[in-house]
Design a protein. Structure first.
Length: 134
């Protein structure tokens, strides 16, 4: 009983966080975002990190500027999808309790985010290689 309460609270916290991020992305267009150096890697090296452009991509998706979003960072679509799933967490956990329970207890909950990080870093290296070539 206690663990289900924790899971319920976690789902609602994820949903509220996702709702806040998604709402903010609807109010801010990519060009409205401040041009501040937020990336330490880029500040030190002058090169984009794997996450550079994610915020602008996220905002562009909310404004249905999908080509522009892809140009900022294609992983914006992955994170936008994750935010939508988190937004639906309370409903999903009630509608599909076994699926959510399986996900939390499975090794996929560990390997999927780790795989995403690895693929993002490979993308980052590819992006840097493209800058050096041309």
């Amino acid at each position: 009983m206690q663990s289900s309460k924790v899971g319920l609270w976690t789902g609602w916290i994820l949903a509220l966080g996702a709702a806040a991020v998604l709402a903010l992305s609807f109010f801010l267009a990519p060009e409205d975002l401040p041009r501040v150096p937020g990336c330490g890697f880029r500040a030190v090296t002058g090169l984009p990190c794997p996450g550079c452009g994610l915020t602008r991509s996220f905002c562009a998706i909310s404004h249905a500027r999908l080509g522009e979003a892809w140009g900022f960072n294609p992983f914006g679509f992955v994170f936008y999808s994750v935010a939508l799933v988190f937004l639906c967490c309370p409903w999903l956990s009630r509608r599909f309790p076994r699926t959510v329970e399986w996900w939390v207890k499975s090794s996929a909950a560990f390997w999927a985010p780790l795989g995403l990080v690895v693929v993002m870093w490979l993308y980052g290296l590819w992006r840097i290689a493209c800058l050096w070539r041309g």
